[in-house]
Design a protein around this ligand. Structure first.
Ligand code: SF4
Ligand code: SF4
Length: 89
């Protein structure tokens, strides 16, 4: 199953939790800081399955997950909007 994520790097604090939880090692910490002075997470998306673990783990809810299929997993209650979006493109 192919997936991809998009991280709002300007809102990311660079805590690294998403990097730790990704079993496919497709998130890295940037060497360049954002406007708030944090080194944000960046998605390589190489091997991303769309498992949503990173989005669930992110304390600031700045990761959106896209998957090719139509399966929409249950989102954590802390989120005001789903982190997973069907990608039909
Ligand atoms: S959705 Fe899963 S595989 Fe893709 S970046 Fe997040 S944790 Fe890694
Ligand atoms: S868990 Fe969220 S805030 Fe922390 S590095 Fe990843 S995207 Fe940034």
């Amino acid at each position: 199953m192919a997936g991809k994520i998009v991280i709002d790097t300007e809102q990311c604090k660079g805590c690294g939790l998403c990097v730790t939880v990704c079993l496919k090692s497709c998130i890295v910490i940037s060497r360049l800081s954002n406007k708030r002075g944090y080194f944000p997470a960046e998605a390589t998306n190489a091997g991303c399955t769309g498992c949503c673990l990173c989005a669930v783990m992110c304390p600031d809810v700045v990761i959106k997950v896209f998957r090719e299929d139509d399966i929409v997993p249950v989102q954590p209650s802390k989120k005001s909007e789903p982190g997973l979006i069907k990608d039909k493109a």
